[in-house]
Structures are given as C-alpha cells and as structure tokens.
Design a protein around this ligand. Sequence first.
Ligand code: CMP
Length: 221
Amino acid sequence: MPTNPSGLYSRFGRDFAAGTVLFEEGDVGTEMYVIHEGHVRLTRGKGNTETTLAVLPPGEFFGEMAIVTSQPRSATATLVEPSKLLVLDSGTFESMVRNNAEIALRIIRKMATRLQAANNQIDILLRTEPNHRVVFALRLQAERSGRREGPGIKVDWSVQTLADRVGLSVSEVKQVLDRLATARLVMVMEDGFIIPEVGQLQDYLEFLDVKEKYGVHGDST
Ligand code: CMP
C-alpha cells in the first residue's frame, strides 16, 4: 500500500515463518500489515465452517479494518509461506493516510474492490444448488477478469479457489466440474478453467434459475 514499500522495509519490516497466525478473528487489533514478500490467507470461522475469504499476494494490505473501525478482527490471518511484512501501528497508518492522498485513494479503491467481491459472494451463496453456484461463480469471474486464450475465456482459478468462492468442498466442486466438462461447457486445465462460450454458460444458468424457481429437482446437465 505505501508507494515505496522497499524503502519502508528497513523501518517497519519483519520476517515471519510459514504457518504463523498473525491474529485471529475476534482479537483486538492495533496494527495493519503490507505484504512485501509471501502470501497471507484470510479465513473466517473454524473447523467445518472455516471459509477462506482471500489469499493475498505481495503488494496487498490487510488488518486496516480493526484500526479504522475499532472493532475486533473480522478474520484470521495466517502466513502461507515464509513472508516479509511491513507492520504499521495505528498512529503510523493514520499519519500515512493523512499525509498522502495517493495512499488514501489506493486504500479506498482496494476496499471498494473487496466490497464488490463480497457482494458477488452474496450472489453466489444465494444460489442453493451446487451446480448453480459453480456455474454462476465461473460466469461472474469470466466476465470480470477472464481473458481470451485458445478456444475460449480463461479463468485463472484453482479448484480450491473455486471451492472457497462457492462455499463447497473440493470434491463437491469436482463432481460439478465433471458434469460441466462432459457437457463441454467448461474445460478443466492444470492452471485454471477455459470456458469455450460464456453465452452457453449463461443459457445454462438461466435454465438452472428456472429449475430452482419452479422447484424441479434432478441432476441433468
Ligand atoms: P481486520 O478486520 O483488522 O482483520 C482481518 C482483515 O482481513 C481485515 O481487517 C481486512 O483487512 C481483511 N479482510 C476482511 N474481509 C475481507 C475480504 N472479504 N476480502 C479481503 N480481505 C478482507
């Protein structure tokens, strides 16, 4: 988030081992973090109800919400790999925002993007049926950040990321993907998915909408 994280690293940088839990959901929070190197997983809930909100890459920040709202941590932050982070106390964070409009704007943009993603997540979770959730999430992602590659639109998601987005287990998602692949609506690649015709996925989604609305059950693709 700061415009020159490398310069700030000597002052605020700290190294962390893989698996370190920086804070847990519900904790009181007085610091925020900027990822210099490594990845951070943000989760909510525990055990069966644990959900991954996001896996953040270098350049991203997190932990600002507790500082800004004085509310407990809204999620648990765990380091996926050995990582280097800038750790900023609330005073430092506030003075950076007050003194640098560019930083403030970047934070607002990022928070708006996270809000959009959370709204999308609500739309996905409103769909009760697994087929429906997966198709809806893939269509949304293809339209938002898919890019043309080979025979269609590529979505750079792993099966795990897709499972996190739709709130289903990896095995449930794989069952749906098998059906979609058989119907040639989705091609499952090693590093993501290719959707040959987003329009066909949309047609299938409309069919599922009607099915859900009129309560017709069944598993046909
Ligand atoms: P805070 O509540 O202090 O601690 C958890 C952090 O996770 C939170 O601040 C945000 O920085 C981040 N966070 C919360 N919800 C999301 C989300 N849906 N997507 C990405 N980051 C989030």
